[in-house]
Design a protein around this ligand. Structure first.
Ligand SMILES: [Zn+2]
Length: 420
């Protein structure tokens, strides 16, 4: 049942809530209403407006041909469909779709609302799938922020969100990966959309949704030859877990994109945003910043959270919220002055060439060389980790913005290996 409020079946004119005073031959027919979803950040699930949804309506009855009307929901989910004079009723779908995202249910099930109305009091419509509605709202809000902050754009992503099946997983795919049934598809489920029930990570849902979008952006907006999806293996990967280089790198980039879009507050307790990540998650000792520990497994080049923390330090500045409770802090001021542009960082990702020919970056070790603009990091890194690979040259296919390589060096030593 889609849209549990409001009339669904056309009633003949003159009965019940049939033609109202708004449906006269001189003024035309106006149907108004609200489109809402249940916001499960709160256990009471209050009905909350969905702005920016597409109302795709057809004016019918009383005229030889239908007239099609498309409008968007506004503040509080309010909408108004105005038909020219002579029509008797409106049949419409409310879609969780705009140019950035098309949110549907599991296996593309309908997630919005339908209605048929002869006018009358405002319709009270409810999304068929609260979780798809929330993914729509999150991506409608933050995809344009990603475009602005990172400087590249891409087409619409699809999101299929199961309202009942946790086995539906949480991932992103394209036809190149995972037998993807869409061209650019996020699959998610009800457990990964809202604030987690145990409040372990306050904004986990938004963080994860934007992480999956980060993969989409990496592939379609930045470099569709470089995403090394296979390296995470069938057993998956964890935020604090050491994985192969080719897993930790794209996963860290995806989290980085999420953090840049929202600010480090997107990753909250217990990780503590930028602050917590730089302290290598929730394992920090008293007395930071004098002696931060290395990340889990002591090899941050292979830990996706450490990759994200390093990249975040490359672009953040002194105004970032890097105190322990996501307030403005002074936890690591020596790393807060690099403030490289996110687009400049992505340009290095896109145009860096290793040994003149390697175009597919398969680890943060390679990207550190690309950021520093040379391969000398290996001398230091090889003492810290056996995972780093040695190359002879770094070049760029197109010019890239300059960056302070000494500060890049300090940021990776700190975030990946706990060197103050
Ligand atoms: Zn991922």
């Amino acid at each position: 049942m889609f849209g549990s409020y409001g009339p669904f079946i056309p009633k003949p004119p003159g009965t019940g809530d049939g033609p109202s005073t708004t449906a006269t031959a001189s003024t035309g027919l106006t149907v108004t209403g609200y489109f809402r979803y249940r916001n499960w950040d709160s256990t009471s699930g209050p009905l909350t407006g969905v702005p920016g949804a597409k109302v795709q309506a057809t004016c019918l009855g009383g005229m030889p041909n239908p007239t099609y009307v498309v409008t968007l929901t506004g503040l509080g989910g309010a909408f108004s469909v105005n038909c020219p004079a002579g029509y008797q009723y409106v049949s419409a779908s409310v879609l969780l779709e705009n140019s950035y995202v098309n949110a549907l249910g599991e296996e593309a099930a309908f997630a919005g609302a339908f209605f048929v109305s002869f006018g009358g009091p405002p319709l009270q419509l409810q999304a068929a799938n609260d979780y798809a509605a929330r993914v729509f709202l999150d991506l409608a809000q933050y995809v344009p922020v990603v475009f602005t902050k990172f400087g590249y754009t891409k087409g619409q992503v699809a999101a299929w969100v199961s309202a009942s099946n946790p086995a539906y997983g949480i991932n992103w795919c394209s036809p190149a990966f995972f037998n993807c049934p869409g061209t650019d598809l996020i699959r998610s489920n009800f457990q990964r959309v809202f604030q987690q029930a145990d409040d372990r990570v306050k904004w986990d849902g938004l963080f994860v949704t934007l992480h999956e979008y980060g993969h989409s952006y990496h592939w379609y907006a930045v470099e569709n030859w470089a995403f090394d999806a296979g390296d995470c293996g069938s057993s998956g990967h964890g935020f604090e877990q050491a994985t192969p280089l080719g897993c930790a790198f794209p996963e860290g980039i995806a989290f980085w994109i999420s953090m840049v879009a929202v600010g480090s507050t997107v990753d909250h307790s217990p990780y503590g945003g930028d602050w917590g990540l730089e302290l290598n998650l929730n394992n920090y000792p008293a007395g930071f910043p004098t002696n931060p520990p290395p990340p889990p497994d002591n090899d941050g080049v292979r830990v996706e959270a450490a990759v994200a923390a390093f990249l975040y330090d490359v672009i953040d500045n002194g105004t970032e919220l890097d105190g322990p409770n996501n307030e403005t802090g002074t936890a690591e001021p020596h790393l807060d002055n690099l403030a490289a542009s996110p687009n400049g960082v992505l340009k290095r990702l896109r145009y860096c060439r290793i040994n003149g020919s390697v175009t597919k970056l398969s680890g943060l070790d390679q990207f550190v060389y690309c950021l520093e603009g040379n391969t000398t990091a290996y001398q230091q890194a090889s003492y810290l980790s056996p995972a780093w690979r040695l190359y002879s040259t770094i070049s760029f296919e197109q010019s890239v913005p300059p960056i302070n390589s000494a500060m890049v060096r300090a940021a990776w030593e700190y975030n990946l290996y706990g060197i103050p």
